[in-house]
Design a protein around this ligand. Structure first.
Ligand code: NAD
Length: 353
């Protein structure tokens, strides 16, 4: 292990407690001295949001949320925030909802309190994303990092099992990609492997008992760890691939991550023996890919990109779009041919090995 590194820890308060979201949100709103909160939540999260916002000064409720944050959606939300004199953004929902709050914060500098209801992890990163005409742009900016995260596993009980599985595997993908992403360091790797342990334990428990808190708590904890590791390590090959697939072909984020991950792991792990050893240990398997595949089988995970709207004829153009973004430090050398083979296997749901 290389113990010469630079690591930046993100300044953020994390409040974790099942059933504690209402008082924790009220406390954080007060701490930030807000008098005009914009509550951002989709209609699915309305019931949750009603309870959370009962004790805070709400100036605007906003629900115009679209996955991958199209620029026109961001512009409308920014205009609404300005019109209502907003001084704090409270986002309650999955990565799409957090993403809209981040888009507003990016241009206004408004602080965010995030209350996640999926396992996407956006709340723990300083990464923003916007989509303009099929091209997804992401960037890093300290202004978009939520000041506080309020985690309450009880709020994820309503997340349907297939979405919980896909979203949880999105978190596993953050962990795996953090092991070899461009800025990876020993702290990221320690956090990522603990994230894999928590998710490996939590997700099967969510599937076995979707309304049980234990599995939801483990999964949410693992999702936070995964995002912390990812925010520090940066986007590795896996995220570069999914980024193009999401932006260019409008594929659903979590499912795309869940499907592509084993193919990237099978490609990279043989060339990254130390990461492979540590991930295998975290997955409690002889090899990391065996552990991931066993977990995917238990979870009945999404299998093939063709089931989610990706077409075989899109593979050459997708590979061409991904190639320039492949990180120079990727453990295995990547060519257009490598990417085409990987995408074909992911499209078909083939065995990654
Ligand atoms: P999402 O936010 O689009 O949510 C998926 C669906 O689940 C939606 O229909 C939503 O209404 C529903 N939902 C959410 N919580 C629920 C609950 N508790 N009960 C019932 N239904 C619920 O999907 P996502 O996978 O969470 O987020 C994807 C987006 O997040 C993508 O745009 C992705 O790029 C972004 N993202 C960004 C980062 C980052 O660091 N910037 C990290 C991860 C994901």
């Amino acid at each position: 292990m290389n113990l010469r590194f630079e690591h930046e820890t993100q300044p953020q308060r994390v409040l974790f407690g099942s059933g504690d979201a209402v008082p924790n949100v009220a406390r954080e709103v007060q701490r930030l001295g807000s008098t005009a909160v914009m509550v951002i939540a989709s209609s699915t999260e309305q019931a949750i949001t009603e309870r959370l916002s009962a004790e805070i000064p709400v100036a605007l409720r906003y629900s115009d949320i679209v996955m991958h944050v199209p620029v026109e959606v961001a512009d409308r939300a920014r205009a609404a925030a300005a019109e209502h004199g907003i001084d704090l953004l409270l986002c309650v929902g999955g990565g799409s909802t957090t993403g809209l709050a981040k888009a507003i914060a990016l241009t206004t500098g408004l602080p965010i309190i995030a209350v996640p209801t999926t396992y996407a992890g956006s709340e723990a990163t300083n990464v923003w994303g916007l989509t303009d005409g099929g091209t997804k742009t992401t960037g890093i900016d300290a202004r978009v990092l939520p000041r506080a995260i309020v985690y309450d596993a009880a709020l994820t009980l309503t997340l349907p099992v297939p979405m919980s599985v896909a979203s949880g595997l999105n978190a596993v993908a953050h962990c795996v990609d953090s092991m070899w992403a461009p800025r990876t360091d020993p702290i990221d790797q320690a956090i990522a492997t603990e994230g894999i342990r928590a998710l490996r334990r939590g997700l099967p428990a969510v599937v076995a008992e979707p309304t049980g808190l234990d599995g939801r708590e483990q999964t949410l904890y693992g999702a936070y760890l995964s995002a912390v590791a990812f925010a520090s390590a940066g986007s590795g090959l896996h995220h570069k691939i999914c980024h193009v697939l999401g932006g260019k072909y409008n594929l659903p984020h979590a499912q795309t991550h869940a499907i592509v991950l084993p193919h990237v792991l099978a490609l990279n792990a043989p060339a990254a023996p130390e990461a492979e050893r540590r991930m295998a240990e975290a997955f409690d398997a002889d090899r990391a890919i065996d552990g991931l595949q066993a977990l995917r089988t238990r979870l009945d995970a999404p299998r093939a990109l063709r089931d989610w709207g990706f077409r075989r004829e899109d593979i050459p153009a997708a590979a061409t779009a991904i190639l320039p973004a492949v990180p120079a430090n990727n453990p295995t050398p990547v060519t257009t041919d490598t990417l085409q083979r990987l995408l074909l296997a992911a499209w078909d749901g083939a065995d990654p090995q």
